[in-house]
Structures are given as structure tokens and as C-alpha cells.
Design a protein. Structure first.
Length: 277
């Protein structure tokens, strides 16, 4: 009886928390279909015959603020950055796990240390160096994302590589595989669960990131989705709330779909990497 009451109580608490979590997204969604006047005057009401604006806010966001260009730049940066992070960090993790010396140990410690250092400590120096080195383009920011995303990725990949029997790699090398062939043909397919989970985490981080692109990119030429939404706030405090609400929904939907379609792999990948070291 007590266990049943505890389950009901726990379910009720979780349901209430879920409502509080979903409510802001629902409010933004409802307001994206309302005219601008009603968004400001009555933001918590559902759209009706008088307040419903159809897809006008979405058209204004896409046509009036070059949102499609921002989406393209964001997709490019996200896809290329995640691909580079996955390949480079998985190879690094495999190397420092299999080769035990002071150098690999130092690399691992540096990767862990990078997870601890707050971004605010290095952001102004980073912005200056990126400007000097010409990393203010979508290609350049990929290198910066590799540096900031390497810590978590190497940590998770190292945990998984330790669970792979060395005998599999030794058998591949006996059959004539080079180290690169061993990695790409033998090790990489085994690392698929961790690849997927790390890819999901890095994708959600880079897609939603605002501060790093804002500090590094040449804003006059390149705007990510987050920056484009910020620039919808005009001069003298003018704010196009309708376009902002529509743009927020367009920015959130791909992440939600991507996460829901891959969420089962996150637990599997994290659990696979949580082996004894």
C-alpha cells in the first residue's frame, strides 16, 4: 500500500514538473500564431478568431530577417564541427588509452582540465586570437569548437575504448591492418553507441550556442540562428515579438526531433563509456 502511494505521489510530482517544463515552449508556440499586438497585450491566451495570424509571423521571420541563411550557416557549422570532433577525439582517445606514457597521460589530463575551466575565463582572449588568426568564418569556428568540445568527447571515448578487448585489434594487425585500418575497420564500428551519444550532446550544444559564434564570427557576414534571433530586436527598443516567436519555434523543432529520435542511444552510449578505468 505504501509503495503504491509512493508511486502515485512520485508520478504526480513528475507530472507537475513536466507541465512547468513544457509550459514555456507551449506559450511560445501559441504566440507564434498570434498577431504582434495580442502577443504583447495577452501573451498567455490561446489563439482565436480575433488574434490568429496564421503563418504571417513565420513569413516575416524568414523573408524579413534572412533566417534561411542563418539556418544554413548554423547547419553547416553544426554538422562539420560534430564530424570533426567525433573523428579527432575518438582517434585521440584510442591512442591515449592504448599507448601508456607521460605524453598521453598529460594529454588526457589537459582534456579533463578543459572541462573544468569556465568559458568566461578565456572568451575575450579567444576572441582576440581568433581575429588575429582569421578564424572568424564558419570554417574557422569549427577549429575552435573542436578545442572546446574535445574534453567531454575524449573522456567518454576513453571510457568505452577501455572496454574493447585488445585481442581484437591484435588479430586485425596480424591480418595485415595498419593502425589506421585497425581503427576505422575494427574499433570505430564497435564505438558506434558512444559515437551516437557524443554526437547528440555535441549537436545540441553547438546548435543552441550563442556566445561563442557572437564573439568569434564576423557578424556582418555570418549569423547563426541564435544571433539572427537576437538581431530581431531593433533599435530604440523595438522588438518584433511575432517574428521572434516564430524563429524560436523554427530553432527548437529540429533539436527536439533530433533528440527524440536518438534519445535511447544517449543512455546506451553513456553506460557503455562508464566502465572501470
Amino acid at each position: 500500500m505504501k509503495s503504491k502511494i509512493s508511486r502515485i505521489f512520485g508520478s504526480g510530482i513528475l507530472s507537475i514538473l513536466s507541465i512547468f517544463w513544457i509550459a514555456p515552449i507551449a506559450i511560445v508556440l501559441f504566440n507564434s500564431f498570434k498577431s504582434k499586438v495580442w502577443i504583447n497585450s495577452d501573451p498567455f491566451s490561446l489563439p482565436n478568431g480575433e488574434t490568429f495570424a496564421g503563418l504571417e509571423n513565420y513569413k516575416e521571420a524568414i523573408n524579413g530577417y534572412d533566417l534561411l541563411q542563418a539556418v544554413f550557416i548554423t547547419v553547416f557549422i553544426t554538422v562539420v564541427s560534430v564530424a570533426v570532433i567525433l573523428i579527432c577525439t575518438s582517434m585521440c582517445a584510442w591512442f591515449i588509452t592504448r599507448i601508456k606514457n607521460k605524453v598521453t597521460k598529460a594529454i588526457y589530463i589537459l582534456c579533463i582540465f578543459s572541462m573544468v575551466v569556465p568559458f568566461q575565463m578565456v572568451m575575450f582572449t579567444l576572441s582576440k586570437i581568433a581575429n588575429i588568426l582569421g578564424l572568424t568564418t564558419p570554417w574557422g569556428i569549427v577549429i575552435i569548437y573542436l578545442g572546446f568540445g574535445a574534453g567531454l568527447a575524449v573522456f567518454m571515448f576513453c571510457g568505452f575504448v577501455k572496454s574493447i578487448p585488445k585481442e581484437i585489434e591484435e588479430a586485425a594487425m596480424i591480418d595485415g591492418c595498419t593502425p589506421l585500418q585497425t581503427f576505422f575497420r575494427v574499433v570505430l564500428p564497435i564505438m558506434k553507441p558512444t559515437y551516437i551519444s557524443v554526437g547528440i550532446l555535441e549537436t545540441m550544444w553547438i546548435w543552441n550556442d550563442f556566445l561563442l559564434p557572437y564573439l568569434v564570427l564576423d557578424i556582418n557576414k555570418y549569423k547563426t540562428l541564435s544571433i539572427a534571433i537576437q538581431y530581431m530586436k531593433g533599435s530604440y527598443g523595438r522588438v518584433d515579438m511575432g517574428a521572434i516567436m516564430a524563429a524560436l519555434i523554427l530553432a527548437v523543432i529540429p533539436v527536439i526531433i533530433f533528440y527524440l529520435s536518438c534519445q535511447k542511444h544517449i543512455i546506451k552510449g553513456v553506460a557503455a563509456g562508464a566502465v572501470k578505468g
